[in-house]
Design a protein around this ligand. Structure first.
Ligand code: ATP
Ligand code: MG
Length: 354
């Protein structure tokens, strides 16, 4: 295997971000060399601290530097001292839009040994891949306010759905579904009420689906989908949905699959015109920051998604395997290890794999 160097930008961020990112990097360092992969990492300080110190969320020069990388590993940004929306819109959403992260990939998988709040559900019942659209829908920032502060005030927030944007994410979802053993794709929307957008999504799924006769296609309204996530998680394999619905159902998915400490995500630009960004679904958790209590597993699984995206599927599978083993061991010993200990143990398991 020929050696390759990948330029990786690291944004540790705020709260528990730096703690969990350190463990993600530790596991990457254990697995990468075994697959001929060298990671050339550069850290960027972005988030609450930088905003307080300089008023900056994402300076153009930093965005330009990030653009020169192949991937970004992010911990979490956000702090109660920063007004809501400043870092979300000024940093996270800006990266998503400017780097065209039109796929937000969120696997929902129940690992053996992990406790789920669902009674009678076995690990094999929960194995889905949520493909959330990342650049459109109500997140596009379209809309406005009329007669602000008056009794007649009107706020509108438009959901933007372009043929181009819907088709590219639907194509990605079908390609993923075709690769998986169950070959099923469920469109989640609300086409009985959001008729214009819903009809476009339905039509695109029908058209692209014609190219994938081997993939079974299903449709659920988002409200029914939330119910079935809980009552019949087996129904789902690949789920494709719009930006807002995807945000909501993946938090539910994370809860079903054992909690926010395990939920991984990738903000992906499949064509690799821009760096894709990988991050745990959870936030900066200021309540437990600096105490060594944060679970780094979600970040480590996000790093595995990154390896897969970079073309190192085997390395990704090794990390997932090490995490699966660690989670089973946790089920036995009760698990009160620190952030660093969990990272050490998973890195050790990777190193011990044949
Ligand atoms: P954000 O607005 O950034 O999404 P949030 O307010 O939704 O943040 P999170 O930071 O995601 O909140 O965390 C919610 C709670 O879950 C935290 O307060 C913390 O107690 C717990 N938590 C989050 N991540 C972890 C983790 N990796 N390990 C352990 N507990 C966590
Ligand atoms: Mg949150």
């Amino acid at each position: 295997m020929s050696a390759r160097t990948v330029k990786l930008a690291v944004i540790p961020g705020d709260g528990i971000g730096p703690e969990v990112v350190a463990e993600g990097l530790k596991v990457l360092a254990a697995v990468a060399p075994r697959h001929g992969l060298a990671l050339d990492t550069t850290e960027y300080e972005l988030g609450a601290r930088r905003w307080h110190a300089t008023g900056e969320t994402l300076p153009d020069s930093v965005e330009e530097e990030l653009r020169q990388h192949e991937a970004i590993l992010l911990g979490a940004v956000g702090d109660p001292t920063v007004p809501s929306g400043v870092l979300e819109r000024g940093l996270l959403l800006r990266l998503r839009f400017n780097f065209s992260h039109y796929v937000n990939l969120r696997p929902v998988r129940l690992y053996p040994g992990v406790t789920t709040p669902l009674a009678g559900v076995a690990p094999e019942d929960v194995d889905m891949l949520v493909v959330r659209e990342g650049t459109e829908g109500p997140y596009a920032g379209m809309g406005g306010v009329l007669r602000r502060g008056t009794p007649g005030e009107i706020a509108t927030q438009d959901s933007v759905n372009t043929r181009f944007g819907v088709e590219r994410v639907v194509r990605y979802a079908f390609a993923k579904a075709a690769e998986r053993p169950r070959r099923k794709l469920t469109l989640v929307h609300k086409d009985n009420v959001l008729t214009y957008a819903g009809e476009l999504w339905q039509r695109v799924v029908r058209e692209v689906g014609a190219e994938y006769p081997q993939v079974e296609v299903d449709y659920l309204h988002v409200d029914a989908a939330t119910m079935f996530f809980v009552t019949q998680p087996r129904r789902f394999d690949v789920v494709v949905t719009d930006n807002l619905f995807g945000d909501i159902i993946t938090d539910l998915g994370a809860a079903v699959a054992g909690g926010i400490g395990l939920a991984a995500s990738g903000n992906i630009n499949p064509e690799a015109d821009f760096p894709s960004m990988f991050e745990p679904v959870h936030g900066s958790a200021p309540d437990i920051a600096g105490q060594g209590k944060a679970d780094p597993t979600a970040t480590i699984l996000s790093a595995a998604l990154m390896l897969d995206h970079l073309g190192y599927a085997e390395a990704a599978a090794q990390v997932e395997q090490a995490v699966a083993e660690d989670l089973q061991a946790r089920a036995k010993d009760g698990g009160s290890r620190s952030t660093v200990q969990i990272g050490d143990d998973i890195a050790q398991r990777v190193a011990e794999q044949g």
